[in-house]
Design a protein around this ligand. Sequence first.
Ligand code: CS2
Ligand code: MN
Length: 357
Amino acid sequence: MEMTLRWYGSKFDSVTLEQIRQVPGVKSIITTLYDTKPGEAWKLEDIRALKAEVEAAGLKIAGIESVNIHDAIKIGTPDREEYIENYITTLERLGQEDIHMVCYNFMPVFDWTRTELARKRPDGSTVLAYNQAAVDAINPEEMFNSINGDSNGFVMPGWEPERMARVKELFEMYKDVDDEKLFENLKYFLERIMPTCDKYDINMAIHPDDPAWSVFGLPRIIINKENILRMMKMVDNPHNGVTFCSGSYGTNLENNLPDMIRSLKGRIHFAHVRNLKFNSPTDFEESAHLSSDGSFDMYELMKALYDIGFDGPIRPDHGRMIWGEVAMPGYGLYDRALGAAYLNGLWEAICKSEGQK
Ligand code: CS2
Ligand code: MN
């Protein structure tokens, strides 16, 4: 596996490439053109400039998170053709620049949903948290305002103001889209892009819906083993793969994470590894990565990845905010660096106990 950290670009991130370079075992990053909008074709010169900046700092780009999907593609309106063409152009340009992994999600309207961005834990750290009762008590606009009011001035991925200004209109557009329709639209999109992925050897890695159930009545399909295996089968091409995100699939305690990993052998192109601590099945918070701090056995997750021969990029996902850092919630340097070191340690121990040097 290749340990990475996510970086939002020098205009948006409080963490620098120079800092990331000093995290032991991290030689590459996952990044994006954060100021592009879903549906736009990325400019070749912008991709080249990003790559040059990362390489000048002694790092490499291990993949993109994310190239976002325009709502027309998810809803299946006739103008999706134009946005799929643009997506294909972006993939071609990434491929030409030797970038071969693209993470994306297929969640209607919102990306991940949390009800608190700075819940205080007993050790004084703050973390992102989710409480279903709080979601049930508010509407989507209120959710947007609370996320933006709480984000330390950073634009949160998936909660861009332009998109959220249209929340009502978007909900209206999704009113006839149910799970089956969403599957159908995802299949259509994947079938259209697979020839380009084959040509440039680009691994598409769908990120699970977070939390792994319907929020505000919107359909959500990338939530469990059954659905993800259905998706792998419906477009049975190794370039149609997944981002295995333990913190997202793990929101539903019925998901057996090591078993899911094993069932996706050959199709996991990217891994997000983080831990959650459950206070009840519908109230959880993002803990430190260490197994004993949360509800998951992190050794078992890493062992399952090892056993299926996972060799793609991996990253610690959200970290806690610690040591007085002010950063985008979930994306400070310190706790993610601790997470990377811990996951590297687990991996080294597994490799050695399996007799590898
Ligand atoms: C990420 C997601 O910060 C996060 O929770 O894991 O926002 C992820 O980047 C997207 O869903 C992928 O498109
Ligand atoms: Mn994730």
